[in-house]
Design a binder for this molecule. Structure first.
Ligand code: MN
Length: 323
């Protein structure tokens, strides 16, 4: 890397399209790193950054620094977090005749970079760049540290895919940069819109619950955000959530079940049978299925028919859960 940078004065860093937090963090960190090493550097985020990145930046008062194009006389191109190399096609002119560096946690496909810094074991591009900064002895600015922590957390699914060096480099970032970890975590939470929260609350108010032994089956109806409501019902403790909704000239129902329910009954099968009964279309997976019927059917007729189907399959009657 040092050799490559020796006679280079201008560089261009490119992320993947609609940069997510990992890609954007990685891009900004590489830009800052190259600038500290004496290069004039531009960052391109093709088609801008995702809405999660924008809200993260706003909450932490970090300025957006990416551009749409690069200086045509740059001498070095760095691609970060680009999993699909077909995306590079439109940058052929920028890359042609220039040194190319790839920094990524995805395996590389159809490209021959001058230098590849690829670690498919890393949780994120941000983790790779943070490790590079640490090894080069370059301390990131507070903003870059916040972004890298966000990138690592989001691409590792909140550390569920972390390895030892993920924790090590996170600790290093926090130590050297004075970052308030709780603030970064807070900036990552995306708030639900008022209408989605309202749909969930109304759906919960209308909910009816039934039990068979230790299984809880919940039915409800809402006219938007059906899957958001079904997920909320599962998180509240239901093993199976059925949500029906009315649309212009059709009624729909979705089903979501937890892993425990999967061994008892396949929603795909249940929904296909209901589709035959109501002359609609239905199917899906064992734990997630959908049905749509082009007819004026009452949503509760649909839901109770599904409940009856479950009783038949399990060979037991359900009991309504009341206060
Ligand atoms: Mn990534």
């Amino acid at each position: 890397m040092r050799e490559l940078l020796q006679n280079t004065r201008k560089a261009c860093v490119i992320t993947h399209r609609h940069a997510d937090l990992d890609a954007y963090a990685c891009g900004v960190a590489v830009k800052e790193m190259l600038e500290k090493l004496g290069l004039m550097t531009n960052l391109i985020a093709p088609e801008g950054a995702s809405s999660i990145v924008k809200s993260f930046l706003t909450k932490l008062s970090i300025n957006y620094v990416a551009k749409e194009t690069c200086d045509p006389d740059n001498e070095l191109v760095v691609l970060v977090d680009i999993s699909t190399y077909s995306q590079i096609n439109e940058y052929r002119e920028l890359i042609k005749g220039r040194n190319l560096v790839v920094i990524d946690h995805h395996a590389v496909h159809n490209i021959e970079p001058t230098l590849a810094i690829i670690d498919t074991e890393a949780t994120s591009c941000s983790e790779i760049v943070a490790l590079m900064l640490r090894d080069l002895g370059l301390e990131p600015s507070r903003e870059v540290a916040e972004l890298l922590i966000g990138g690592i957390l989001s691409d590792s699914n909140r550390l569920s895919r972390a390895r030892v060096s993920t924790f090590e480099v996170l600790a290093w970032l926090l130590r050297v940069s004075n970052v308030d970890y709780q603030r970064v975590l807070g900036a990552m939470s995306t708030e639900l819109s008022f209408s989605e929260r309202m749909a969930r609350v109304k759906g919960l108010l209308r909910m009816r619950a039934y039990r068979i032994n230790e299984l809880i089956i919940c039915l409800s109806t809402v006219n938007a955000y059906e899957s958001s409501l079904a997920d909320t019902m599962l998180r509240a403790g239901c093993d199976l959530a059925l949500v029906a909704s009315e649309h212009d000239d059709e009624v729909r129902m979705i089903g979501r079940a937890n892993k425990k329910f999967q061994n008892i009954l396949s929603l795909a099968e249940l929904f296909m049978e209901l589709a035959r009964y109501f002359n609609g279309e239905g199917g899906g997976h064992p734990t997630a299925a959908a049905l749509s019927v082009r007819a004026k059917i009452d949503v509760w007729t649909l839901l109770l028919k599904a409940l009856e189907g479950i009783e038949k399959k399990l060979g037991t009657k359900v009991t309504r859960v009341v206060e």
